[in-house]
Design a protein around this ligand. Structure first.
Ligand SMILES: [Zn+2]
Length: 341
């Protein structure tokens, strides 16, 4: 899912996002409730209409960004009170309020409010935090109005502790959701730990429901997570990297500001069919960034989202053909760049 934080996948038109093969995008409740406001978006026909995205939209609960962006936040047993990072106004999110806001946005997939347990956390702190998230998951379930074509996802927590992750998954299954997310990862624990937590969590989540790893990740993270049973991802990496001259390609990661591309007439990625690769040279893309032209971030964001979607399509096809391991090995073997993937 490309990330459309504030009702837009940054630097891309909705048509461009569709052209990459993206079928679902993510919107951020925290940003949208503060600006332009969920009530206003509802009056203007909902987020699909507002941002010209008739397809599915998943919204997060707002909780993660309250803890990472808002000022003077205060967590209690019933929710979190915080000040907007934009204008200092005071707001409150509870499980029921988060569900209501996501309903106003007309989210296709609504996420429960949870606490993203900080990393690192002691076992006792991780248990207390996970149990709070499970109470909020129950309250979110009760507040959600089930309608055809809409769904509610639960989020497993439990930090790096396998027994807590298992308990969290079992509690979510008891409550019952349309899909199951693994939260509290990609917050500094490192890839080996992420994978270990997936090994301890995913087997306890139903294979027939979508399994969603929140906030992950690099192409290598995605391949390793798909091999562990994850279906759905969101991450700002392709779009954020696209605005800072970092290109994800079939040959690995390249920084287009590097002087070695100044006279390079080759396409950025000859395996890619996006406009940046079919219509322009590496030298031109580099020039756009050096001259601080806005077309540079636009073209490279398109390319990076295209690369990610092509990777996901390749993984889906490989799974259907029962050759996932061979496909994953072949993709990784082509990464030759000096930068981490
Ligand atoms: Zn491309």
């Amino acid at each position: 899912m490309p990330v459309g934080t504030a009702g837009t996948v940054k630097a891309m038109t909705a048509d461009a996002v569709r052209a990459t093969g993206s079928s679902i995008v993510l919107g951020n409740t925290y940003h949208l409730m503060l600006r332009p406001g969920a009530g206003r978006i509802a009056r203007l026909g909902g987020l699909h209409c507002f941002m010209d995205w008739p397809g599915p939209i998943l919204t997060d609960s707002g909780g993660f960004q309250v803890m990472s962006l808002a000022k003077l936040r205060k967590l209690d047993a019933d929710g979190v009170t915080f000040q907007s990072h934009l204008d200092g106004t005071t707001h409150r999110l509870t499980p029921a309020r988060s569900i209501e806001i996501q309903h106003q946005l007309d989210a296709t997939i609504t996420m429960v409010l949870d606490e993203c347990t900080p990393f690192p956390a002691t076992p006792d702190d991780a248990r207390t935090s996970m149990q709070l998230s499970m109470r909020w998951a129950q309250q979110s379930r009760e507040a959600f109005r089930q309608r055809d074509g809409y769904g509610l996802f639960g989020i497993a927590q439990g930090s790096v502790y396998p027994e807590l992750r298992k308990q969290s998954a079992q509690e979510l299954l008891r409550i019952g959701f349309d899909g199951y997310a693994v939260g509290g990862l990609a917050i500094g624990e490192g890839q080996a730990t992420t994978f270990a937590v997936l090994d301890a969590t995913v087997p306890h989540l139903p294979a027939e429901a979508p399994r969603y790893l929140m906030g992950v990740g690099t192409p290598d993270d995605i391949i390793g997570s798909v091999r562990r049973g994850i279906d759905l991802f969101d991450c700002v990496i392709p779009t954020r990297a696209g605005r800072t001259a970092r290109a994800y390609t079939s040959r690995g990661v390249f920084n287009l500001r590097n002087a070695r591309f100044a006279d390079d007439a080759a396409p950025l990625d000859d395996a890619c069919a996006c406009p940046a690769c079919t219509r322009h040279s590496r030298a031109y893309l580099r020039h756009l960034f050096m001259a601080e032209e806005m077309l540079g971030p636009m073209l490279l964001t398109w390319h990076n989202v295209q690369y990610y979607q092509d990777l996901m399509q390749g993984l889906r096809t490989a799974i259907a053909d029962h050759r996932l391991d061979a496909f994953a090995g072949a993709v990784r073997a082509k990464w030759t760049s000096e930068e981490p993937s």
